[in-house]
Design a protein around this ligand. Sequence first.
Ligand code: CAA
Length: 259
Amino acid sequence: MTPEHLIVHQQPAPHVAHVQLHRPKELNALNLELMGELRDVLRQLDADDQVRAIVISGDEKAFAAGADIKQMADKTAIDMYNIDQFSTWDTIRRIKKPLIAAVSGFALGGGCELTMLCDLIIASETARFGQPEIKLGIMPGAGGTQRLTRAVGKALAMEMVLTGRLLTAEEAFQAGLINKIVPVPLYLQEAVKMAATIASMSPLAVRMAKEAVLKSFDTTLDEGLQFERKNFYLLFATEDQKEGMQAFVEKRKPVFKGR
Ligand code: CAA
C-alpha cells in the first residue's frame, strides 16, 4: 500500500533509499498512522537487497515536532497502555541497515527521539533539538531520557528534559549529539552522501559493525568486546573480506557484493 504520510524516494544514490516524513502542515508530527507506515516501510527496505543505507528526513521547516499532541490529548492511561504506541519504535530499533537522519528545523520530543534512534545525524544550520514534553505535563517516552543522556551526558540531558530548552545545531554538535552541520540547501544532499559512502562498503561488515556499536549501550565492556570479536572473526567467512583485502594489496577499489 502507498503510504499516506511518507514519501519514499528510491535510489537518490546507488543502494540508498530516502524516506521523507510528510505531514508538512503539522510539522510532521508523528501520529500513530505515520509511525505505523514508517515501521512498515523501514522493514521492507531492510529486507531489500538493493538497499544498503536509509536516509530519514522531514522538510526544511521541521524534521518532526514530536508525537501528535492532538491525537494524544484526550487519551486515558489505559488508552495509552492499550495503544502502546512505542511498540512501533521497538521494531524500528531493530532495523539492521544504517539509518541516517537528515534534520532541518524542529526535531522535538518524539522527533528528537527519532533522530536518536538513527545511527547518524546530519543537521542544517536551522536545526533545533529538544525534549519539550515537560511543558505539556509529561516527559519523554520514546527513549529521550535514555539515549539523550548517553549522547550528551547527565547535565545537559537533565537541563533539556526538565526545562524543555532547545539546542541549536551548533550546541547539539558541541555536545556530541549530531555528526555534522551544513547550510540548509545542503543538508539532505550531505546525508545522502554519507549514506552513499556507507552503501559502498561491504553490507555485511556494515551490519555487524552497527550491531557491535549498538551493543555497547546495553552490555558490560567484557561482553561487548566478546561480541565485537565474534563479529570480526565471522566477517572472514565473507567474500567481501577477501575482496576488500585483495583490492588493498592490488591497489584498486574493492567491489563489495554483500556475500
Ligand atoms: N502535535 C500535533 N500538532 C502539532 C505538533 C505536535 N507535536 N507540533 C506542531 N503542530 C501543529 C500545530 O498545532 C499547528 O497546527 P494548526 O495550524 O492546525 O494550529 C501546526 O503544526 C504549525 O505549528 P505552529 O503554528 O505551532 O508553528 P510554530 O512555528 O509557531 O511553532 C513549534 C513551532 C515551536 C515546534 C510548536 O509547534 C510546538 O511547540 N510544537 C509542539 C512541540 C512539542 O511539544 N513536542 C513534543 C510532543 S510530545 C512527545 O513527543 C512525546 C514523546 O516522547 C514521543
